[in-house]
Write a protein that binds this ligand. Structure first.
Ligand SMILES: NC(=O)c1ccc[n+]([C@@H]2O[C@H](COP(=O)([O-])OP(=O)(O)OC[C@H]3O[C@@H](n4cnc5c(N)ncnc54)[C@H](OP(=O)(O)O)[C@@H]3O)[C@@H](O)[C@H]2O)c1
Length: 264
């Protein structure tokens, strides 16, 4: 399937690791220029993306080191993308770091940190790309949210509340963006094989007073397909959703959860 993404510019936040890095690699191999925005490790992540094309397209990966929990950083990322590539066609919002923990142990600050980076961080990025996408009369936005939006767990309420709000936001703003030819969709994965999933499992084990192995085993068993999701599977859906093949899909939340979500 040719996704016709060649020559487009994609901003991927949280592109230095896990799901974001997988999205960068997949979109890059589809011919997209990548503006990779993350906190640390942006240069080594950029290098690992470039290696896929044997160094033929080195200047098409632009690393930007930012702290997206800071209010002014979203605008700075978008300005860099415009300065270096002249356009912004795609935004993949993926920077998140909500911590797990027992509710009575979590502080206001833990909730605020999760909401500031993920909920407000995604919203700020969307606000920052809209003027350019509006001018181009074309834009495609993906929010990597999480299955916890629909199926919250008692030890991950910082993240699941941010996720639920993001699904609500995605659907709500899609109505305003559609006449501007900007599509926006959410992808909600179940536990996915990344460093972050391991950190969350460690925090959950501590909150429940059980071993890490027990949490990992329970987590895997709870997924009907019997394994965690792979970051590349999420990247593949993101690439499809930002292509013209998905031209009528907007305001949707699509689960990649191996059958985990119990409700309709
Ligand atoms: N893994 C899962 O099981 C899972 C399931 C559902 C949803 N999700 C969601 O998917 C997204 C990515 O998760 P992941 O598992 O791929 O996580 P990850 O491997 O920890 O990667 C997170 C990315 O976000 C960046 N980041 C963190 N804090 C940042 C900040 N203040 N400013 C800019 N960038 C920052 C990280 O950069 P640095 O490392 O450089 O700080 C990294 O590139 C998150 O929103 C997460 O909630 C994950």
């Amino acid at each position: 399937m040719d996704l016709h993404l060649s020559g487009k510019t994609a901003i991927v936040t949280g592109g230095s690791a896990g799901i974001g890095l997988a999205c960068c690699k997949t979109l890059y191999m589809e011919g997209t220029r990548i503006v990779l925005a993350a906190h640390e490790g942006v240069d080594s992540a950029a290098e690992s993306i470039r290696q896929q094309a044997d160094g033929q397209r080195n200047d098409e990966v632009i690393p930007v080191q930012v702290d997206l929990s800071q209010a002014d950083q979203a605008e700075a990322v978008v300005q860099t993308a415009i300065e270096k590539t002249g356009r912004v066609d795609i935004l993949v919002n993926c920077a998140g770091a909500a911590r797990a923990g027992a509710f009575l142990e979590l502080t206001d600050q833990d909730f605020l940190d999760a909401w500031t980076l993920k909920l407000l961080g995604y919203i700020r990025m969307i606000k920052a790309v809209i003027p350019q996408m509006k001018q181009q009369k074309d834009g495609r936005i993906i929010n990597i949210v999480g299955a916890a939006a629909k199926t919250p767990s008692a030890t991950f309420l910082t993240g699941s509340t941010a996720n639920a709000a993001l699904v609500n936001f995605t659907r709500g703003i899609s109505k305003e963006l559609a006449p501007l030819h900007i599509r926006i969709n959410a992808i909600s994965p179940a536990p996915t094989e990344t460093e972050r999933a391991r950190r969350l499992a460690e925090q959950t084990a501590e909150a429940r007073g059980v071993s890490l192995e027990k949490v990992m085993e329970e987590s895997t068993k709870s997924i009907p397909i019997g394994r965690m999701i792979k970051p590349e599977e999420i990247a593949a859906l993101a690439a499809f959703l930002v292509s013209d093949l998905a031209a009528s899909i907007t305001g949707a939340e699509i689960l990649i959860d191996g059958g985990l979500t119990p409700g309709v």
